[in-house]
Design a protein around this ligand. Structure first.
Ligand code: LRH
Ligand code: MN
Ligand code: MN
Length: 388
């Protein structure tokens, strides 16, 4: 199928949230590389994120991470975002950078540590009320390194009880989104290692508790689009953290490692009703890498998501359906591949121009002088949080 006006208008439904932490310095556990011009506070992170939206029209919201983005006045932060043409989005909690949480947070055996972790989440919900955010995203670093280190069943039960208390404070228009990850920082077992565990936990809470799928958080060769299909079928795919990976949780530019996988994932999102206005699945980036320039790196990521969405929208669904029904394996697969191999870049350049956006956002950003300006104006940038 060709790129039509219907494809163009469906693409208008796309919104991809950016992570505030992508704009600060970051690195690996070996080295954090500093870059000139990185933001010195959350206000400057939002100004940078707004540049991505300005050049692509694709990223109207910015996710916060608490305490990395703690400020005195959240109403002012919200207003600042609006002045820059964006809004504040998901609030991410953080229980992985405090000595108290060495043996766990919501799963900890010590009730005083659990209390502290629960209270942190309640504080995040207070912040959401001030920022106008819908989603509280919880990723737990909880787990163990050695067999026998702790009782896995007891930890699961304590997480369930802690989440119940947090969920009770979630507003009618808000959601609790639980992210899973196969390993790291714990190496023997993670308490929320996979979509099934996340699904079991959120299902016990209620309707406004859903799962976040981070594309870098699975074992190699996991069929991620199958998980997408299943969670949408169950009404529980709350959001994505998009990034790409070659080996583990690499957090590289989205679509850089495996554009075909990104395409297959988006095909299932559309198939399952999770895309755009009809869906409730939030697209977010959790891409945060250390060697490329931050703003153009994020621009490239959102453009890659848009590109694979456009290709997914090109699938000739009646032909695919007919081939599947007839058991015509080669035609069915060929129909998918025809869409995947279609170069939509010229159509997307036109799509942008028709909406007053630059045909080539990366070139337009480079020519804007913004990078030189922040490098000259800002001295002493913050780290994204990893080393902070
Ligand atoms: C954990 C994770 C989670 C965090 C983010 C900074 O690996 O994906 O989403 O909040 O990284
Ligand atoms: Mn993530
Ligand atoms: Mn991650």
């Amino acid at each position: 199928m060709a790129f039509t006006s219907q494809t163009a208008s469906r693409l208008e439904e796309q919104a991809i949230e950016l992570p505030s932490w992508a704009f600060g310095n970051s690195g690996t556990r070996f080295k954090v590389f500093t870059q000139p011009g990185v933001p010195r506070d959350p206000f400057e992170k939002i100004a940078d994120a707004a540049q991505v939206h300005k050049h692509t029209g694709l990223s109207p919201t910015v996710a916060l991470h608490i305490p990395w983005d703690k400020v005195d006045d959240y109403a002012a932060l919200r207003e600042h975002a609006e002045d820059h043409g964006v809004a504040l989005g998901t609030v991410n909690s953080n229980t992985f950078q405090d000595d108290d949480y060495k043996l766990g947070s919501l799963a900890h055996r010590d009730p005083t540590i659990r209390r502290k972790a629960i209270d942190h989440h309640l504080e995040c919900i207070d912040i959401m009320d001030m920022t106008g955010s819908r989603d509280l995203k919880i990723w737990l670093a909880d787990g163990t390194n050695y067999p026998g280190q702790d009782d896995m069943r007891g930890r699961q039960d304590r997480i369930a009880a802690s989440l119940e208390e947090i969920y009770a404070r979630i507003g009618d228009e808000q959601r609790l989104v639980l992210e899973y990850k196969i390993f790291e920082p714990a190496f023997y077992h993670m308490d929320i290692p996979d979509w099934g565990t996340s699904y079991a936990q959120v299902s016990a809470l209620g309707e406004r508790a859903v799962v976040c799928l981070d594309t870098g958080h699975h074992a190699p060769s996991t069929n991620i689009e199958f998980i997408v299909m299943q969670l949408l079928r169950l009404g529980k795919l709350g959001s994505f953290d998009f990034n790409s990976r070659f080996y583990a949780d690499d957090d590289l530019i989205v679509g850089a490692a495996d554009p075909f996988q990104l395409f297959r994932i988006i095909v299932e999102v559309i198939r399952g009703g999770g895309y755009g206005e009809e869906g409730d699945t939030a697209f977010m980036l959790d891409q945060c890498h250390n060697i490329e320039d931050k703003i153009p790196g994020q621009i490239r990521s959102v453009l890659n998501v848009q590109e694979m969405t456009a290709r997914a929208l090109l699938i000739d669904l009646p032909s695919l359906d007919a081939a599947q029904a007839a058991g015509d394996v080669l035609t069915a697969n060929g129909t998918m591949m025809d869409a995947f191999y279609t170069d939509v870049r010229p159509d997307l350049a036109t799509w942008r121009q028709e909406r007053g956006l630059p045909a080539d956002p990366i070139a337009a950003y480079a020519a804007s002088g913004y990078q030189q300006k922040i490098a000259a104006d800002r001295v002493g940038g913050t780290q994204a949080g990893w080393g902070a």
